[in-house]
Design a protein. Structure first.
Length: 124
């Protein structure tokens, strides 16, 4: 399974990537903001899941989700948003934009594992 992690914080990307690797995922791509994330996704249309932050420069996570959902190639791509935006209105906004699941920072590796499993329909 090929995963794309998009976050402007290199530390957060590393935390997510390390957690995914501990769960057995080896094929992990990265992007430092929405523009970079879109470029990576556009050139790797075989990505199986997008994990993105919300608050980023250039193109934020919500804009990235909308761009991904507007492209027919990615209409069914599972997307998990990982963000500090934990308010009910923000969660609803993200879900309406096309996010499949939502994780509020800070989070534990167990939470990421559970959300991954829920979105993929598998026990990870």
């Amino acid at each position: 399974m090929k995963l794309l992690v998009v976050d402007d914080s290199s530390t957060m990307r590393r935390i997510i990537k390390n957690t995914l690797q501990r769960l057995g995922h080896k094929d992990i791509l990265e992007g430092g903001d929405g523009v970079e994330g879109w470029s990576v996704l556009d050139s790797n249309p075989d990505v199986d899941m997008l994990i993105t932050d919300w608050n980023m420069p250039e193109m934020n996570g919500l804009e990235l989700v909308k761009k991904v959902r507007a492209d027919a190639r990615f209409k069914d791509l599972p997307i998990i948003m990982v963000t500090t935006e934990g308010g009910k209105a923000e969660v609803i906004t993200a879900l309406k934009a096309g996010v499949n699941n939502y994780i509020v920072k800070p989070f534990t590796p167990q939470v990421l594992k559970e959300k991954l499993g829920a979105v993929m329909g598998i026990d990870v």
